[in-house]
Design a protein around this ligand. Structure first.
Ligand SMILES: [Zn+2]
Length: 167
């Protein structure tokens, strides 16, 4: 796992850091060819989210999200975006290439491993597909099981100063 990925895992909600470390390690074992996985985005602050939302609306550029600050699971540290780094230098979002000649598209190998750990894939969304995005679906908490992929619930939960939900 590269240093950038490691640092970004450190920005996730403390309750999923170990799991994501495990997921990335498992992916690293599976991808044995020219491609390595990198986390390109983990925690995104409400302010950063609002700036992204403005893109293609009040700011120039193409629309990249339908979520305002607080409406993305990234804002709570329960989502990651990935890219593949080819030959250690070029980022790729190609979902079909089999970079390690094992008969499976490397991207889909990543998808399978994330799903195995209970993460939803943005590539499965019906509208506004986001193939680089994964988010945790449920979280075990001291008080039970919390459905994570529902910002309307998350936004009501108290956060610490770093923006992490407190259970
Ligand atoms: Zn994302």
């Amino acid at each position: 796992m590269d240093k950038v990925t490691q640092e970004r895992i450190g920005s996730l909600h403390p309750l999923v850091r170990n799991e994501v470390t495990q997921i990335i390690s498992e992916i690293d074992k599976e991808l044995t060819g020219r491609a390595k996985v990198r986390i390109t985005q983990a925690l995104r602050t409400f302010e950063e989210q609002n700036n992204l939302y403005a893109q293609g609306r009040t700011k120039k550029g193409l629309k990249v999200t339908n979520a305002k600050g607080g409406q993305s699971i990234h804002n709570y540290g329960f989502a990651v975006d990935i890219a593949l780094i080819i030959d250690g230098k070029t980022a790729s979002w190609n979902m079909n290439t089999d970079w390690d000649d094992d008969g499976l598209a490397d991207w889909m190998e990543c998808v399978a491993i994330f799903k195995k750990y209970g993460w939803n894939w943005g590539g499965d969304w019906k509208s506004f597909k986001d193939g680089s995005h994964f988010e945790k679906e449920f979280l075990k908490t001291p008080t039970g099981k919390l459905k994570i992929n529902n910002w309307r619930e998350l936004i009501q939960i108290k956060q610490d100063q770093a923006g992490y939900i407190i259970f």
